[in-house]
Ligand binder design. Structure first.
Ligand SMILES: Cc1cc2nc3c(=O)[nH]c(=O)nc-3n(C[C@H](O)[C@H](O)[C@H](O)COP(=O)(O)OP(=O)(O)OC[C@H]3O[C@@H](n4cnc5c(N)ncnc54)[C@H](O)[C@@H]3O)c2cc1C
Length: 443
């Protein structure tokens, strides 16, 4: 007999998971605490509330999040169906009317004969049965405590600030250079050298740059300096004094530029983010600047003038799992294959990515309920690559990640015609891989 699946949280991931499970003929119980109880960022009563921007970002196939959307459309995603039905003009981006978007999803879910919706705060994880936990980055405290108990104390992160990540192929290596401090070990770091004049300009722009807006709950957490000292935003550190960064993350000692034979005045270091070395993070650059200011000010760093930002630094409360080693690429707990996690709490970042993880987890929860084997998606797809990232992590500390082409295996061949053509070739490969796996996924 097919078992009923419980999904906790009717956000982007939970709604998509519930929909995919029900599409496969499996009954679902969808538990959502709104509107009786709201998180600090949710204000509306409906499901799949977009709590900040109304943009689901690029819709172009030359962009990884655009490709992700196309993969999801081909797998009958409810979130994409709703977005396409409620879109508002926004150039090449897919932006939506957030109220109509939420209404569309709420109505479809509530009208589905296999989905029962329950307004209740989940405070326990089920001991048995198939379940998907998709309660998001602002999971209520009682459930967060249960999850922490399952993962072990250090398995659940609460982070406040993370550094931006750039693509390697946009870094000007005629300016930047590989080296490790004092030449110790492998030359793993990319170093962006600054003269005094370059540092002066960067410093002035950094301390005067505009910060992103703070949410009320973020303001509350900012009053706890102990939490913040360890991951102080770079602009806050800079405001402590002209030389503070030069004795901190921009310290030049031991980093000789072989082209000049000297230590630069200041150095920004970049560390590999993935094994293939396609992505690098700016070491010590946790920040709370607005995205446009990050682009403007960090592009002043010599060598990064034309670098593409794959992920901007962010600062807000976020609950996410130490997923690598804990979750399988299907988002199932490795030691409990009928318990799945989905959404931002697994370490994917963004509305579409969260929904995408809900889709993959939903497909697999439906399989588990019917006694079928798990089905990871092909790694060449963005859906599959995100599952692999969450399950394996990158090289450095595990941080939530937007969809990007750096997560996919390299093409292995040169594509003429520049980056757009190469990205088109990657997209074609992904959609072909999805087509080949389609019949199995749709079971
Ligand atoms: C303040 C803030 C702003 C953000 N802005 C953006 C942005 O502009 N663009 C972007 O792409 N991403 C943004 N994000 C990231 C965003 O959280 C995700 O992109 C996305 O909403 C995550 O989807 P999710 O399904 O994992 O969680 P959510 O969409 O948050 O859904 C989780 C659901 O679970 C419910 N829930 C929580 N605890 C319980 C419980 N114990 N029992 C039952 N239900 C529960 C919540 O009420 C909610 O409905 C932002 C995040 C935050 C915190």
């Amino acid at each position: 007999m097919t078992e009923r699946v419980t999904v906790f949280g009717a956000g982007l991931a939970g709604c998509e998971a519930a929909w995919q499970i029900a599409r496969r003929g499996v009954p679902v119980r969808l538990v959502e605490m709104k509107p009786g109880r709201m998180t600090p960022a949710h204000h509306a009563p409906g499901f799949a509330e977009l709590c900040c921007s109304n943009s689901l970002r690029s819709d172009a196939l030359t962009n990884a999040v655009g490709l992700l959307k196309e993969e999801m459309r081909r797998l009958s995603s409810l979130i994409l169906e709703a977005a396409d039905a409620t879109r508002v003009p926004a150039g090449s981006a897919l932006a939506v009317d957030r109220n109509r978007f939420s209404d569309y999803i709420t109505e479809k879910i509530k009208a589905h004969h296999l989905i029962e919706t329950v307004e209740e705060e989940a405070t326990e994880l089920p001991d048995t049965g198939v379940a998907v936990v998709a309660t998001g980055p602002l999971t209520s405290a009682a459930l967060a405590a249960r999850i922490a108990a399952l993962t072990g104390d250090d398995g659940l992160y609460f982070y406040d600030a993370v550094a931006p990540i750039v693509a390697f192929d946009g870094i000007d290596m005629n300016v930047a250079f590989f080296a490790s401090r004092y030449g110790k070990g492998e030359a793993d770091y990319i170093n962006c050298p600054m003269t005094k004049e370059q540092y002066d300009r960067f410093y002035t722009e950094l301390i005067n740059a505009r910060e992103a807006e703070l949410h009320d709950f973020d303001k509350a957490s900012q009053q706890a300096p102990a939490v913040f000292e360890g991951c102080m935003p770079v602009e806050v550190m800079a405001r402590r004094g002209y030389d503070t960064l030069r004795y901190g993350p921009l310290k030049p000692v031991g980093l000789v530029d072989s082209r000049t034979g000297r230590e630069p005045y200041a150095v920004v270091q970049l560390r590999k983010e993935d094994r293939a070395g396609t992505m690098y993070n700016l070491v010590g650059f946790q920040t709370h600047l607005s995205f446009s200011e990050q682009k403007r000010v960090f592009s002043l760093i010599p060598g990064l003038e034309n670098a593409a930002f794959l992920r901007y630094g962010v600062m807000h409360r976020n609950t996410y799992l130490r997923s690598p080693g804990f979750l399988a690429p299907t988002y199932a707990v490795k030691t409990r294959p009928t318990l799945f996690f989905a959404g931002q709490m697994t370490g994917v970042e963004g509305y579409v990515e969260s929904a995408g993880s809900g889709l993959l987890a939903g497909v697999n929860a439906a399989r588990a309920a019917r006694g079928m084997e798990p089905l990871p998606f092909p790694r060449e797809t963005v859906l599959g690559a995100m599952g692999a990232y969450v399950s394996e992590g990158g090289l450095g500390p595990f941080v939530p990640m937007n969809a990007n082409f750096g997560l996919l295996p390299s093409l292995g061949t040169r594509v003429r015609g520049g980056k757009a053509k190469r990205n088109e070739a990657i997209s074609e490969r992904s959609l072909a891989a999805l087509a080949a796996a389609f019949a199995d996924i749709e079971k």
